[in-house]
Design a binder for this molecule. Structure first.
Ligand code: COA
Length: 388
């Protein structure tokens, strides 16, 4: 039985920061951000969007009535959780109107969480072929104003329906995964911001990719030229390129050209959104699908997932017949084209806004955010979510 991603879509908030303007405000050469790091725009999540609302906004675009009846597990992967106890997936389950005989859980392992969610979903569908699982990766990447990580912030969510007989991509069982206890990026429970050893995290990403790829090719007797494209976790778009460059010369020149072009296509959304942590690898897959013209059914797509701390994984999927019919390309383009640019001073002011933590009430005007699902405030420590 084939199992894989049946539907996939993303959401990103309605605001962004221009990276050239950010560089100028920080007295940095803009080429460092646009070329050196490879980012043009950075999505900004207003106070009305969190990992729950972004995840629900991503999912609502891909689900139909049949999905709402068939889904019996909701997995939210996030490292921007809103509660130490209650899973954000429970709110999402309600906001979407999914039938009640469902499981709803939250998974965490930095940017790797959504990959863990997909694997859990795959195993579940193997035992329950009629079931569908909603897997969401949703995060806000925040490093702080005027920090080295600031240029690699972002916000957004990817939602995927994992099912039998998937219409988009059938996932194979050749996963190679690897864990090492390292401190490259973490966020203590008392901190609003991540602690990050930026250069070290970049080195570790490469080390994990090298180690996993070597094992993968040996164990499964695969070569780079077997793949039509490889999608990477993209904390910034230059990162995946550094990993691809490590192995690109093992393929014949014509294949190299195709892989590099498909890599470029896979980075177009991230270049304009920034890092969305858990959803980032899957955003690169959506970007590839929405912009490709050279991909065909049965093409093999490789996926490299990396979550700091750290866990990495490589696996592949096979594009399914007719996959192009089910893409949400127009929705995605509209979402990006309808965003408003924030002046740097506006971004800095909004960045400092926080929900009260003392139980006091905050009410936010629903018209301040065009999103269908948003946070309208907090009362008695309870976040108030609405679907307009
Ligand atoms: N024109 C073009 N390129 C320029 C440039 C200019 N004027 N100035 C610098 N660059 C290049 C650098 O050469 C470097 O490229 P390289 O990595 O290919 O050598 C790149 O821009 C970044 O410069 P660097 O000095 O390394 O940036 P930084 O110290 O500000 O940190 C990160 C960059 C990514 C480490 C930092 O943003 C960060 O910590 N981000 C969060 C952690 C993260 O995303 N980790 C990834 C793994 S999960």
């Amino acid at each position: 039985m084939k199992i894989g991603i049946d539907k996939i879509g993303f959401y990103t908030p309605a605001f962004y920061v221009d990276m050239v303007e950010l560089a100028e405000a920080r007295n940095i050469d803009p080429n460092k951000f646009t070329i050196g790091i490879g980012q043009d725009k950075m999505a900004f999540a207003p106070i009305t969007q969190d990992s729950v609302t972004m995840g629900a906004n991503a999912a609502r675009q891909i689900l139909d009535e049949a999905d709402l009846k068939a889904i019996d597990m909701v997995i939210l992967a996030t490292e921007s959780g809103i509660d130490e106890s209650k899973a954000g997936a429970v709110y999402i389950h309600r906001l979407l109107g999914i039938q009640p005989f469902s499981r709803a859980i939250e998974i965490k392992e930095a940017c790797y969480g959504a990959t863990a969610g997909i694997n859990l979903a795959k195993d579940y569908v193997a035992k329950n072929p009629e079931s569908k699982v909603l897997v969401i990766g949703s995060d806000i990447a925040r490093y702080g104003l005027s920090t080295a990580g600031e240029a690699t912030q972002g916000a957004g969510a990817v939602a995927m329906v994992v099912s039998a007989n998937p219409r988009c991509i059938a996932l194979q069982d050749d996963n190679v995964f690897y864990t090492e206890d390292i401190m490259d990026f973490w966020r203590p429970v008392y901190s609003e911001y991540a602690c990050v050893e930026g250069k070290y995290s970049t080195e570790q990403y490469i080390h994990f990719f090298d180690t996993i790829w070597t094992r993968y090719t040996e164990k499964f007797n695969q070569k780079l030229e077997d793949f039509a494209a490889i999608c990477f976790h993209l904390p910034y778009t230059k990162m995946g390129k550094k990993a691809l460059d490590l192995i690109i010369e093992t393929a014949p020149p014509a294949v190299q050209e195709k892989l590099l072009e498909n890599y470029r296509l896979s980075t177009l959304y991230s270049r304009n959104i920034g890092n969305i942590y858990t959803g980032s690898l899957y955003l690169s897959f959506i970007s590839l699908l929405d912009h490709q013209s050279n991909l065909q059914e049965n093409d093999k797509i490789g996926f490299f997932s990396y979550g700091s701390g750290a866990v990495g994984e490589f696996f592949h999927g096979v594009l399914q017949p007719g996959f192009k019919k089910y893409l949400q390309t127009q929705t995605h383009e509209e979402l990006l084209n309808n965003r408003s640019k924030l002046a740097i001073t506006e971004y800095e002011t909004k960045f400092k806004q926080q929900l009260p933590k003392d139980g006091s009430t905050l009410e936010i005007n629903p018209s301040s955010d065009p999103a269908e699902i948003m946070l309208t405030g907090i009362q008695d420590h309870r976040r108030q979510y609405v679907r307009k």
